[in-house]
Design a protein around this ligand. Structure first.
Ligand code: SF4
Length: 938
């Protein structure tokens, strides 16, 4: 007998269309499939074909639907009608908004372009925004790298032509020992998680170095709960152990690094300590075969690590000699550093020997033939399966640049960079500092700046100084105070503009940077600066234009708001000219495109800049007849050429879309990207995939792809010569001289071989507990704290204290504590955490919100219990008795030293709300609905 079964739809259709674009719920830029029903976003999944995430989607990514529908979205352009900070605005049309901006900016461009300061936050279009600012003619442009991880990026570029994250990645498939330092879990999120999964599957070992054991550190095989700010000391001790034991890759050092390069040894010479070079500027080594002095790159040369060169009674020694002298000394023995680092000496030795064991005893040969830049043919590639990763944790200290450099030296002496199993660059990297532009700052009213704003200085001659020696830039980037500030110093812009130091500006123009709240040190002080008036009642910072998609705390401080779209409503270009999404085996770039049309009167910020650029008549944004050149950002992405044949997107170039890297603009390029899933990938051929800086086949491929214009092999810089040039100036050599009060600091901190120094030895007496923030995996800066789904994961943020400190202070979970620093005081809830460095407390970053912002309810936990540590941090250090207020930044790069904060803690009675409470601001968007719910489709 047959029973009739009810028909079951085993695979119901979840959507009527899938649109593939790029996630922007954090900076990883994973590929996403946006499922649409009846024209609305139904849900988001990972794109399985995408090179970044291969289908993996994190909690943030899937919560993108709530970001797209957030009640905090701005609705229209607005002009301020109440006092600054009140949040009182009037909606205006785009026509009026652009006219106001033009009326403000046009006279500045004509008379004094530097009076515009244009700074962008989490912008992923810096090659475009920088180009716009350059055409305007102001020297005052940068993105947010100065308060994020410029130490990391700069140290990597100056040492080996690339850093971690966007610059390179571990060889996840072959590495056997992975060591990560101070990683924020919301950056490089899915790629690291996928990589860790691979390691765990293969039984590879993970060592996490972090004062806090959360996230990636929680799944590490070994957790090293280091004391904040001492990573450099720990790393230099590892280097000490490895050099002492002779467990370093001498062949690699001799062939591919400056270890054998001779240094001028004549103390009387103005070039003392600089590399010896031939007439063509090529570094000189002694060839082991001939014993002769020779340029490093000649065919057949075998550089000698040990040989010295004697001339005119002076002995010139190679870099390697200096390394031995510096690192084999007693200062770096594990016993000497153990207490300061909070790591027993025995453990430091054990880690050093494990690194050496895996790098050398588990080395392997990969059957890939290749030819190096000296023309030598190699039948195989030697694998050293040890890799490293680091991020902001080691970077955001006043010694972060040298710490990051030390980590690269550790990688290099183990021979683990650009080899199988090690750390590998992602195109367009590797690219040495000398192949990057230098900073430009020469202003001509009515004309573009003389070149790109940001770059890599090679010595004092490249500083951004006016003829009288004063800073050319409002943020004082590229000055003696922070000579190698390659990303600018966004965190100093408001205080310098308020002080009129080095000069007054007229208009502060910012994009996506929450500078009156979690992106500033000392938010209360910044709010005062933004609202301060002069004797005639005018604002000290006369005009502020701000663009954001959401009602962030910063919105209330603008005079004019240009509302941006959400990431699902816009065009974007994740470009090889900028911060691409390449993999170690391939160059890749991607787009965003409007998978949904905005239902508000908003425009993608970059499209608004195309309009504004045309109204201002900026070269590059108008045609010869004065008409607008790019109708919107998509038009710019398609047709702009930075160099002939080289544009924002590398894929589908040429009239028929068949070219990669170089080729004429293709009017259908964006359509081709959409058809291809929103991205483009071009794989590096076998034999060119490793040893990239020295591999002739890779260099040729990179030229074809337009990454370079000609092959440019180079040596890794264990010894960073530009630093030595600044030291020479501080010693009195050269025409450009530092002010006297900075000479000693330059000599001590700008050592060409990485060193370690206390990040702030004088300013924190009595405050002896380190206080850190971390960004949670589920949030991306302040954005996540308004997201209905993600708020359920992190609605508020206790201050976590280690167990012993909880006991000492008589605290229990849920109690409240007063936390103070030399700059301020906060009162916050506490919680105990055992897996924490005993001298450290911490909290999640940017969960705390201001009342009135982000369309949150008045009693939302984010505004009543959430808090920021920023109130305890100041952009200047406490007075040291020398009459000067020193910047709370790395003295080399200007990186904001967020993690140098030290505090005192005492128990207090629970207040009604976390303190301080800054008075509410009026919301420029309607109050949030009680429930956020809607029906998609039928
Ligand atoms: S890791 Fe970042 S980019 Fe990737 S899915 Fe998550 S939020 Fe999106």
């Amino acid at each position: 007998m047959t029973h009739s079964q009810p028909p079951l739809d085993l695979s119901p259709k979840v959507s009527d269309e899938v649109r593939k674009t790029t996630c922007y719920m954090c900076a990883c830029r994973c590929g996403i499939n946006v499922h649409m029903k009846k024209g609305k976003v139904a849900y988001i999944e990972g794109n399985r074909d995408h090179p970044v995430n291969r289908g993996v989607l994190c909690a943030k990514g899937s919560a993108g639907i709530m970001q797209h529908n957030s009640p905090a979205r701005l609705r229209n352009p607005m002009k301020r009608v109440g006092p600054r900070g009140s949040g009182e605005f009037e909606a205006i049309s785009w026509k009026e908004a652009l006219q106001i901006a033009t009326d403000w900016l046009e006279p500045l461009r004509r008379e004094a372009p530097e009076k515009l300061a244009f700074f962008t936050g989490r912008d992923q279009s810096q090659s475009f925004t920088g180009y716009w600012a350059q055409q305007f003619g102001t020297p005052n442009y940068a993105a947010h790298g100065g308060f994020c991880s410029v130490n990391m990026a700069t140290a990597g570029i100056y040492t080996m032509g690339g850093a971690f994250w966007e610059f390179g990645q571990p060889d996840w498939d072959q590495t056997k020992l992975f060591m990560l330092f101070g990683v924020a879990e919301d950056h490089d999120s899915n790629p690291i998680k996928m990589g860790l999964a691979k390691l765990k599957k293969r039984g590879a070992r993970v060592i996490g170095v972090n004062p806090i054991r959360t996230g990636y550190n929680a799944i590490a095989d070994d957790w090293v709960g280091i004391t904040p700010g001492t990573d450099g000391l720990f790393i230099l001790s590892l280097i000490h152990c490895l050099m002492k034991a002779g467990r370093i890759d001498l062949d690699y050092l001799a062939r591919y690094t400056d270890a054998p390069v001779l240094l001028n040894g004549d103390p009387k010479s103005p070039d003392y300590g600089l590399q010896m070079r031939d007439e063509d500027g090529k570094a000189l080594v002694i060839d082991r075969t001939t014993g002769k002095l020779t340029p490093f790159d000649q065919p057949g040369v075998r550089p000698d690590l040990a040989a010295t060169y004697r001339s005119a009674g002076v002995t010139h020694r190679p870099v390697f000699h200096q390394m031995a002298e510096q690192y084999l000394g007693e200062d770096y023995t594990p016993e000497a550093v153990a207490d300061r680092c909070g790591i027993p000496a025995k453990r430091i030795r054990a880690i050093a020997s494990e690194l050496a064991r895996v790098a050398f005893d588990e080395a392997f040969e990969l059957d890939h033939a290749w030819t190096d830049f000296r023309g030598e043919h190699h039948k195989t590639m030697t694998g050293r399966p040890v890799s490293f990763h680091a991020m902001r944790g080691i970077s955001a200290h006043a010694n972060g640049f040298q710490t990051a450099r030390a980590l690269h030296v550790l990688q290099i002496i183990l021979g683990t960079v650009e080899v199988p199993g090690g750390f590998r660059f992602k195109p367009p990297y590797p690219k040495p500092a000398t192949a990057h532009p230098k900073p430009h700052c020469n202003v001509t009213p009515g004309a573009p700046l003389d070149g790109p704003h940001l770059g890599f200085v090679q010595g004092p001659e490249d500083l951004a100084l006016k003829p009288d020696g004063s800073p050319a830039r409002i943020d004082k980037a590229f000055t003696w105070e922070n000579p190698m500030s390659a990303h600018g110093l966004m965190h100093m812009v408001i205080s310098n503009a308020h002080a009129g130091d080095p000069y007054k500006i007229d208009t502060l123009f910012m994009y996506m940077a929450n500078m009156s709240w979690n992106s500033s040190m000392n938010p209360g002080g910044v709010i005062e600066m933004l609202t301060d008036t002069d004797e005639s009642g005018d604002y000290v910072i006369p005009r502020i234009i701000y663009s954001d998609a959401y009602s962030s705390e910063m919105v209330a401080y603008a005079d004019l708001i240009l509302p941006d779209t959400t990431y699902l409503e816009r065009h974007d270009c994740i470009s090889l000219l900028d911060r691409p999404i390449s993999e170690a085996d391939a160059a890749a770039d991607a787009i965003r495109w409007p998978v949904v049309q905005p239902n508000r009167d908003v425009r993608g910020f970059q499209s608004a800049l195309c309009d504004l650029g045309a109204k201002l008549g900026l070269p590059g944004f108008v045609n010869d007849d004065g008409s607008q050149k790019y109708k919107d950002y998509a038009d710019y992405i398609t047709h702009h050429e930075r160099r002939p044949g080289v544009g924002p997107l590398a894929g589908f170039r040429g009239k028929d879309g068949a070219k990669a890297g170089r080729g004429a603009p293709n009017p259908k390029q964006i359509d081709r990207y959409i058809e291809n899933g929103g991205f483009f990938v071009n794989h590096i051929p076998e034999g060119a995939q490793y040893y990239k800086p020295w591999n002739a086949a890779y260099q040729d491929w990179a030229v074809d792809m337009s990454l370079y214009d000609s092959p440019q092999p180079y040596l890794f810089s264990l010894y960073a010569e530009p630093l030595r040039r600044f030291q020479l100036a501080a010693e009195g050599h050269g025409d450009r001289q530092p002010p006297d009060h900075l000479r000693e600091r330059i000599k001590q901190t700008m050592t060409p071989l990485p060193t370690w120094y206390e990040s702030d030895p004088h300013g924190t007496q009595g405050y002896d507990i380190h206080a850190l923030t971390q960004r949670p995996m589920a949030m991306y800066h302040s954005w996540g704290g308004q997201n209905a789904w993600l708020r359920q994961l992190h609605g508020h943020n206790p201050l976590y204290l280690p167990t012993a400190l909880m006991c000492e202070k008589g605290l229990r979970d849920g109690d409240w504590a007063r936390v103070s620093s030399p700059h301020g005081e906060i009162t916050v809830p506490v919680a105990e955490m055992a897996a924490l460095n005993p001298k450290t407390v911490w909290t999640w970053n940017a969960i705390g919100k201001r009342k009135g912002a982000w369309a949150l309810e008045k009693d939302a936990p984010e505004v009543t219990k959430g808090f920021l540590l920023n109130h305890l941090i100041h952009e200047l250090l406490p007075p040291k008795g020398d009459g000067l207020r020193w910047s709370n930044s790395d003295p080399i790069t200007g990186q904001a030293a967020w993690f140098d904060l030290k505090v005192k803690i005492e128990k207090t009675a629970p207040p009604a709300e976390a303190k301080p409470q800054i008075p509410p601001q009026r919301s420029p968007v309607p109050p949030p609905p009680k429930n956020l719910a809607w029906k998609v489709g039928k």
